[in-house]
Design a protein around this ligand. Structure first.
Ligand SMILES: [Zn+2]
Length: 242
């Protein structure tokens, strides 16, 4: 079945313009940031240069990024900024359409990146229970001819009621490498790159943990792709996010 959506190129790689060719309706999002973090693309905040990606700070040399725009919602999930608004508009579309739009956006971002996509063979994702995300990310991997490794063949999630002192401590006690993953990881060619999908990037603690768990494997480079990202709470006082 043909979908009516087209992805139109903007002037800035951060621009997203989706057009419904049946109704001529457009979902458009323009970049509004002048200066961004060279690693994770947060808007630069001069007195807080590192906090934006503190969860992956020690892994910087192994990682490159494609990330979505920042979004903010209130406690009920109502959008408080422009990207929050566009995500809501997308989610109000019939399911097959919203799925298609997210796929278009991520596909375009990956194919327009400066990555040598033909050098990447494998893809996986950060563990989630969100079935739509699992389908979305595995479908994109197939589209670009990557070998999909389901996250539940690599990682296990442990739930605990223990109190943790911070987010890093919590995440480190939540995800572990599955014992059964050893055989699978041994088959990976030495020096390979792994593409990792995630729906939302906060400060990277979960991604940092996932990569740490794979640090003794044959994967040496990690490519991260996320749909959206949140704004660290401490930034809200210093920056107005459009
Ligand atoms: Zn950063």
């Amino acid at each position: 079945m043909n979908m009516p959506f087209r992805y139109l190129k903007g002037f800035d790689p951060w621009d997203i313009i989706i057009k419904n060719t049946d109704t001529n309706e457009e979902f458009a999002l323009k970049n509004k940031y002048k200066s961004i973090c060279p690693v994770c693309f947060y808007p630069n905040v001069s007195d807080k240069p590192k906090e934006c990606h503190s969860g992956i700070e020690s892994l910087e040399s192994k990682i490159s990024f494609i990330t979505g725009h920042f979004y903010e919602t209130d406690y009920e999930g109502n959008p408080l900024n422009w990207f929050g608004d566009i995500l809501r508009k997308i989610s109000l579309q019939p399911f097959k359409h919203s799925h298609e739009i997210l796929k278009l956006i991520l596909n375009e971002k990956i194919s327009n990146s400066d990555w040598q996509i033909e050098d990447i063979i494998y893809a996986t994702m950060v563990p989630t229970t969100n079935l739509q995300m699992i389908n979305l990310f595995s479908e994109i991997s197939q589209n670009i001819n990557l070998t999909w490794i389901p996250y539940n063949q690599l990682f296990e999630k442990k739930t605990s009621t223990t109190f943790y002192k911070d987010r890093k401590d919590y995440v480190n006690n939540k995800y572990f490498l599955l014992e059964e993953s050893v055989d699978l990881l041994e088959q990976i060619e030495k020096g390979s790159s792994l593409l990792i999908f995630d729906d939302v990037f906060h400060q990277g603690y979960t991604l940092g943990r996932i990569i740490e768990l794979l640090s003794k494997s044959n994967f040496i480079k990690f490519k991260l792709v996320t749909i959206a990202r949140t704004v660290p709470k401490s930034f809200l006082n210093t920056l107005q996010f459009p």
